[in-house]
Design a binder for this molecule. Structure first.
Ligand code: ADP
Ligand code: ZN
Length: 624
């Protein structure tokens, strides 16, 4: 069968058949169109609500499966469904994905050619579209409203609904105008969807979209397929290399840096090390940024080295890792950035390195900002929570979810703290030694010198300042300098010591140090992490069955070739998960192929034969 053009024909057949056999259920659409066997979480309940003509507010994490919640009702209801989306890239991605499934969907935005625009409008006016994606300003233009009033409108879905709120970081003033849309179509069921669950944002969504009485569907914000790892930095390059080579060779991922300079340098250095790495930051031209983003999306295995300017509007499902080389400002930011890994549900990594210097830099940014005292206090508190996650001796996931008001009853088994536990011990005496040595040396020296005094080292400096005469000289010689640095870092992070940037990092005691020195307060310290055998790992993640890696590569090549022919991202053909299942089960017939998650009727029709052939060829080659 001819590939291009066949989709529309097949779709018409499918809907024709469906019409003739009267009603199909949401379950039929899930299986036949999307190729999935079961609904996730509350998808079914949400779909039912909309089919009953009611409204809904949906809070689900990234990758939770929000789109199906309105796409399936859109396919079951008569008329066109309107989807409001803030970004061209997001609209385009969703529309291409729907077209791959044989669904007639379109979008209208400034990036279309005149021809494309005209043909989409024609289809819309003729009632030929099931879904139309638009930004709010386009939608509320009088001509467009007029068009829509002449059509049966089935449903209004507002994606990324948090954009109506000034509380969020993605505020878009045009979104607040959506109240007008509601007034134009008061009877049409509405669904608002977002991955930002914060309370103020939720209230703004309800208010602006007139969803005061709509039922709320909140999914767990846990992302069980993401493995969280956080370590203190001592030179990031070697650690990053080891991480990439050992765990993510050939994978696509994002490396976040704080500064443009570090972004450029890291991208260049990774390229020298043999990776395909591209930079992305606000200092580059719009054209360069767009080109690098396209390359990341349309190819396999590219590493994007970026500032946080990169990410919004990236729906690439097979981002296998997100690495942070610097400390993010808040847990909200960290959660959103790491959430870009593993949207497809397959195992993915969130890996971070941080250092004391980051904390000092971020604190300085906050102190020097023009914001009000109240805002600065909030920002300091957010940074404290971020440091809290880095410093926690217990499960990272429990700590993270707890911050977002969700309780995970058991440690997750899939973070560094669960896989390589640390123990805490009473470190009061060690803390007293460290703090009193800071005090005795006059609170004017940096960490290295104070440690030299503790170790009893006769250096040029100890001699010059007569520090070998101090009572604390040599009282810590039962430990290594490295062990002491670890202790000092913990004392700084816990707020007993302060490294004064204006005095070249001189250590100074805080008010909290006094009760420790006088024996009135105890200090808990963390031991070095212990590596456990890998066995207990990842118990919450459903790992794909054993698959044939060579076949997987072969299928990826085929997918890439098909994607290039149509000028679309490879993941729109099949997700990695579907290819892994093919490489595991090695289907030999249409029926077997159809049993794979993500293979629906139209994809079977369009690509089935080619993938079956490739699997067959691989089997034969393996047999000889
Ligand atoms: P979100 O918009 O919430 O970030 P998506 O709607 O893009 O998430 O869904 C994430 C991925 O999960 C998509 O690849 C989607 O096809 C898949 N998915 C959604 N629902 C199901 C389901 N019931 N079964 C299997 N896969 C699903
Ligand atoms: Zn854990």
């Amino acid at each position: 069968m001819q590939r291009t053009g066949s989709i529309a024909i097949y779709l018409a057949d499918y809907y024709h058949a469906r019409m003739e056999t009267a009603s199909s259920s949401s379950q039929d659409i899930l299986r036949d169109v999307f190729g999935y066997t079961a609904f996730r979480g509350e998808q079914q309940a949400i779909i039912d609500k909309l089919l009953e003509g009611e409204n809904a507010l949906v809070l689900m994490p990234t990758g939770g499966g929000k789109s199906l919640c309105y796409q399936i009702p859109a396919l079951l209801l008569d008329g066109v469904s309107i989807v409001v989306s803030p970004l061209i890239a997001l609209m385009q991605d969703q529309v291409s994905a729907l077209q791959q499934l044989g669904v007639s969907a379109g979008c209208l935005h400034s990036g279309l050619s005149e021809d494309e625009e005209r043909s989409t409008l024609q289809q819309l006016r003729g009632g030929g579209l099931k879904l139309i994606y638009m930004a709010p300003e386009r939608l509320l233009n009088p001509g467009m409203l007029n068009n829509l009033h002449n059509l049966p409108v089935a449903l209004i879905a507002i994606d990324e609904a948090h954009c109506v709120s000034q509380w969020g970081h993605d505020f878009r003033p045009e979104y607040t105008r959506l109240t007008e849309l509601v007034e134009h179509f008061p009877e049409v069921p509405r669904i608002a969807l977002t991955a930002t669950a914060e309370q103020h944002t939720r209230e703004d969504i309800r208010k602006h979209l007139r969803l005061e009485t709509a039922p709320e569907f909140i999914a767990s914000f846990d992302r069980p397929n993401i493995t969280y790892r956080i370590t203190e930095r001592s030179g990031y390059k070697q650690a990053l290399l080891t991480f990439l080579r050992q765990q993510h060779a050939g994978d696509a991922g994002i490396v976040y840096c704080l500064s443009r300079r570090k972004t450029d340098q890291t991208a260049e250095w990774l390229s020298q090390q043999g990776f395909e790495a591209l930079p992305y930051h606000a200092g580059m031209s719009g054209a360069e940024r767009a080109a690098n983003q396209r390359a990341f999306i349309n190819n396999e295995g590219i590493i994007m080295v970026a500032t946080i300017a990169f990410g919004m509007g990236i729906d690439k499902p097979n981002v296998r890792f997100v690495a942070h080389l610097d400390l993010p400002k808040s847990l909200e930011g960290y959660y959103q950035e790491t959430g870009r890994a593993g949207r497809d549900g397959l195992p993915a990594s969130a890996w971070m390195m941080w250092g004391l210097q980051d904390v000092l830099t971020l604190r300085r940014f906050i102190s020097e900002s023009q914001a009000s005292d109240a805002v600065r206090r909030i920002e300091h508190a957010k940074l404290d929570a971020m440091i809290g996650l880095c410093e926690t001796p217990t499960c990272r996931r429990q700590t993270l979810l707890n911050y977002f008001d969700e309780q995970l009853p058991e440690p997750c088994g899939n973070c560094d703290r669960c896989l390589e536990p640390v123990e805490t011990f009473d470190g009061t005496e060690l803390a007293q030694k460290a703090l009193s040595c800071v005090y005795r040396t006059g609170q004017t020296f940096g960490m290295s010198h104070v440690i030299d005094v503790l170790l009893g080292k006769e250096t040029e400096k100890t001699l010059r300042f007569d520090h070998q005469q101090l009572s604390t000289f040599g009282i810590g010689d039962d430990r290594s300098a490295k062990a002491w640095r670890r202790i000092f870092r913990q004392l700084i992070n816990k707020g007993y010591l302060f490294a004064n940037q204006e005095r070249f990092g001189a250590l100074q005691l805080t008010a909290a140090a006094k009760p420790v020195l006088t024996g009135l307060a105890n200090v808990l310290l963390m031991s070095e992490p212990k590596r456990l055998p890998k066995a207990g790992a990842a118990k919450t993640v459903e790992l794909p069955p054993d698959y044939d890696p060579e076949l997987f590569e072969r299928l990826k090549q085929l997918r890439l070739q098909l994607a290039r022919e149509q000028n679309i991202p490879p993941y729109l053909i099949f997700h990695d998960g579907a290819l892994r299942q093919m490489a595991a089960l090695k289907p030999a017939s249409h029926a077997e192929l159809l049993s794979i998650s993500g293979v629906g009727q139209v994809k079977l029709e369009n690509y089935g034969e080619l993938f079956l052939q490739s699997i067959h060829t691989h089997r034969q080659a393996a047999a000889t």
